[in-house]
Design a protein around this ligand. Sequence first.
Ligand SMILES: [Cu+2]
Length: 306
Amino acid sequence: MNAPTRFAAFVATLALIAGGAALAGGAIDPDRDTERPAHAGKDTHAVNATATHTESDSQHGSSGGQHPVRGLAIAENGLRVVVADPELRRGTSERLAFRIVDDRGATVRDFAVEHEKRMHLILARRDLTGFQHLHPRQAEDGTWTTDVTVDKPGSYRLFADFARDGESYTLASDLRVDGSTDLRALPAPEPTAISDGGYDVRLDAERAQPGQEAHLRFAISRNGEPVHTEPYLGAGGHLVALREGDLAFLHVHPTEGEHADEASAQVHDASVGFAATFPTTGRYRLFLQFKHDGRVQTVAFTKVVR
Ligand SMILES: [Cu+2]
């Protein structure tokens, strides 16, 4: 497998940070959420990097002019992510540091709060396992740092997701974790999944077609009882979707929770809804995060778009 193909072990990330700033100013929780899928897949994972990339802005999305597919590049609109040391050791807590620099090489220090945070950091291994959603701290010089522990070796994609001057950015870079890589096949689509904390989640989704907005609704329960999620990052839930193949970061929209009254109404509903425009056919991994009993849960689904 040649390098481009290897690097193209795409993950598309539908980042869907539900919400809005309705609850900004609320809880400041250093959420650090890790998903370790229990699915023991096959050893090898031949990723067919054949996904077509129709990523024009005309691709619906109703995202207020935002590009529906992001996170494919290290630079975007003049900004670039620079990772201090992209080599990590596995199984131990490591300090991950990065900066956002402008086209003159100057470190950017001013960021807007988006979904209650000024920086969202998503990590995922190339086979769509090892998902982590972190909120780094910014140092005086503009460097963002966070402690991270990665258990499995291999190539990881890092996404720095932030807003600045009214623009949203998702800049991506690669991390290496040494050791022999044991890539897993993407799990087959299942309507239900169990979160890392033992919650049952059912995905009710209409048939998704490329370029058309699809609604995704996640019903959450525990021990057979519906669970009403608590606000997380200003909404009822947060969704990141990764496309198998190129690690694109897709734009996803919450279908409620964008206003305070809707957010509070949503808390009384035991489900969380999102709208996503899958740009191409292919397989996607959806990572839903929600909060209950003060803890953030992560659960993943495979979604096929044909
Ligand atoms: Cu975040």
